[in-house]
Design a protein around this ligand. Sequence first.
Ligand code: SF4
Ligand code: SF4
Length: 277
Amino acid sequence: MNTCLWRMTNRCNFDCEYCYVRRTPYPEYEPQDIDLLDQKIDESWKIIFTGGEPFLIPGFVDLCHRVATKHKIAIDTNLSVTSEVKKFVEAVRPEQIHYLYIACHIEQREKRNNLREFLENLDLLKRKGFGNSIALNYVLHPRLFDRLEKDREMFLDHGFSLSPTFMGGEFEGKPYPESYTPEQMAKFNIEKTWVGPFHSKGLLCKAGHTFFSMQPDGEIHRCECDTRRIGDLKTGFSLKETSYPCEIEICSCLGELLVEADRKEVLNRSCSPFNKF
Ligand code: SF4
Ligand code: SF4
């Protein structure tokens, strides 16, 4: 499905130590004219709302309601803004959702004493029919390996499977994910699944053709790594008729899913030291 990734904000009510978005200078959010978006892209496009935390944007639920009249929507969220989550389940129908990518950030919940509230929000989504759209992400900070199984069981008791994902960042002076131990890698069978940043220059890529990213102020980029402006929602932008070569040395965004190359070639181009096949 064609995809618009809408980076809405870098603001968040959590302060995860591995978060790169909060450290990235993005412009402030500006409300956009969705009629203009609809003139540019048809219903074959899905819209992914990402942040920061999209539910902090004033009027976000109304925006979801409006955009979902034409497009499937997806949201990356920490599901912590309970008052907005309650409005969301009434404003949008489950069949309008492509996915809800919900991050656990378990230590952040415990720090704020709102793990129970999180579980209640998940239960609410399930009761309202959104359960099949949920992917529950669990960033594997090295501190969490010892408790992962217990947490996994707790979420399973609520009917949700966890999807562990790599942590990208530093811990105790070591870079991750490169510094996971062989036992950790083997336990979660993650070594064959992670491409990570890869040498992308020259590969044909669908970004700029069937994919684009929109910044918080409405500026349009080919993707999150190629940050050159190709237009904006107000004055217009144009996409290419076909895939075209990547001009960025190293892709660390969604190129793994967008390049016209088989997975083996992408893995061979990976910068990760544990992906040399
Ligand atoms: S919840 Fe997501 S956006 Fe917010 S600080 Fe954590 S990683 Fe960053
Ligand atoms: S490979 Fe990555 S950096 Fe290059 S155009 Fe595609 S998405 Fe952008």
